[in-house]
Ligand binder design. Structure first.
Ligand code: DC
Length: 238
């Protein structure tokens, strides 16, 4: 039970373009503060993965209904484990599969389907209901957790984001070329920021962190410092 002496921990929203480092930073912040990390992009990837496995086509209207039903019914859970965030689909750990190339190619399209978004936004709000969540994505501050007391918009120059994507792909054992990584980052930026339903944009009350020249540790420390100020009753300033 929450009492005035024991207020809920504030939720933290982290949004930004592909390759800005949101998920890694959100995970590290959650780990440092003992919060729960919810990678909302993982939900869009989860629906895409299962749709790909079932042979659904996102461009087909009939299948759009099936995608929405899938998003509504799919059991998605998050497990923090040794500083990592594992994503369970129907109880099975599918974290690794969510980064498959087939998922990567289609996920922005699936994330543009309004009914899929409504279903997943509902799940995201449920997970954040008791507070103490660090949630990263594209519309967390503008749509999912509009009353989050701390909203961060994390960005970085495009070549830096491409380089990070390249390194991430290399480390995950599915290397791509610079041109492939650049095309994928730019294509994602266009789809994510121009779609009709909750596009990526800066929330009015978000604090922008440009990580072009910052290390991951610097960004994590800045955010933890802001959370600390908030919890002491101050404002979330740097
Ligand atoms: O952050 P990511 O690369 O795992 O996101 C995968 C896709 O899902 C990407 O195309 C953006 C989309 N997404 C979204 O539309 N809204 C969110 N809250 C999170 C991700």
């Amino acid at each position: 039970m929450t009492t005035d002496a024991n207020p809920p921990l504030p939720n933290i929203a982290i949004d930004g373009p592909a390759g800005a480092g949101k998920t890694t930073v959100a995970r590290d912040v959650a780990s440092r503060l003992d919060y729960r990390h919810i990678d909302s992009g993982g939900m869009y990837r989860a629906v895409t993965l299962i749709a790909v496995e079932r042979g659904y086509q996102a461009c087909d209207w009939e299948d759009e209904d099936r995608l929405v039903q899938l998003a509504e019914k799919l059991d998605i859970d998050y497990l923090g484990q040794n500083g990592e965030t594992r994503i369970l689909l129907e109880g099975e750990d599918r974290t690794r599969d969510l980064r498959d190339a087939a998922v990567e190619r289609r996920v922005s399209q699936v994330a543009s389907v309004p009914g899929v978004r409504w279903a997943l936004v509902e799940k995201q709000r449920q997970l954040a209901m008791s507070g103490g969540v660090v949630m990263d994505g594209r519309d967390i501050g503008t749509c999912v957790l509009t009353d989050a007391p701390l909203k961060v918009f994390l960005t970085a120059a495009t070549p830096v984001r491409v380089m990070r994507r390249l390194v991430q792909k290399h480390c995950s054992g599915s290397p791509v070329t610079w041109d492939e990584a650049a095309r994928s980052v730019v294509a994602r930026d266009v789809i994510d920021s121009t779609r009709a339903e909750s596009p990526l944009r800066l929330a009015q009350d978000a604090i922008v962190i440009d990580s072009t020249r910052l290390s991951r540790g610097d960004v994590v420390s800045q955010i933890c410092f802001m959370v600390d100020s908030l919890r002491r009753g101050g404002r979330a300033t740097r």
